[in-house]
Design a protein around this ligand. Sequence first.
Ligand SMILES: CC(C)(COP(=O)(O)OP(=O)(O)OC[C@H]1O[C@@H](n2cnc3c(N)ncnc32)[C@H](O)[C@@H]1OP(=O)(O)O)[C@@H](O)C(=O)NCCC(=O)NCCS
Length: 167
Amino acid sequence: MSTPRKAFSNATEKLANCQLSGSLTNEQALAVAQMLSVSEPWVTLRFSAASLANYLTRDDVSLRRYAVSVDGNLAGVICVRNPWLRGPYIELLGFFPEYRGRGIGKQVLAWVEAEARCESKNLWVAASSFNQQALDFYRRLGFYPIGPIQGLVTPEHDEILLRKSLS
Ligand SMILES: CC(C)(COP(=O)(O)OP(=O)(O)OC[C@H]1O[C@@H](n2cnc3c(N)ncnc32)[C@H](O)[C@@H]1OP(=O)(O)O)[C@@H](O)C(=O)NCCC(=O)NCCS
């Protein structure tokens, strides 16, 4: 009998218009951290490039960090915590500005969802209450808001927890 496939391996995944690599290099992590630190929501949340770089490179066995590339160029990152709450939690998702609005996010989330379905009945994400673009993006992809978590990241802003039921 074959063993069921483990979700979120660190193998390279080729999607239609981008590629995911489960071994984010230090150089990629630093480039992504720099870009995120000057992008919303991280500007408002006051994340420095150094703290983001630390998050992207530190030891964390339950966090999968994938470099997303398009035509061989680094386009962004997705980080998935698994296991989380009876399903994985998308902890960080962000693309360089020139790669946004090109359908890459939708494609990457379809892959995350397919991986999650191997083992789980839920997929989770949180977005800052002021990040309407991200909230619209997740709602269009079938996530429903569960509710605000007050002051989770900074005292001034709530995070909205969203769930996609996979059953
Ligand atoms: C949010 C983000 C990850 C979305 O990824 P993306 O590649 O730009 O999104 P896509 O191009 O795949 O868009 C997918 C769908 O969402 C829709 N969408 C994208 N931006 C939208 C917006 N501002 N408002 C409403 N819908 C939007 C698209 O129209 C598309 O829908 P469709 O397929 O029905 O046309 C990306 O824009 C980003 O990196 N933003 C900055 C960082 C951020 O906010 N990250 C999320 C933190 S929780």
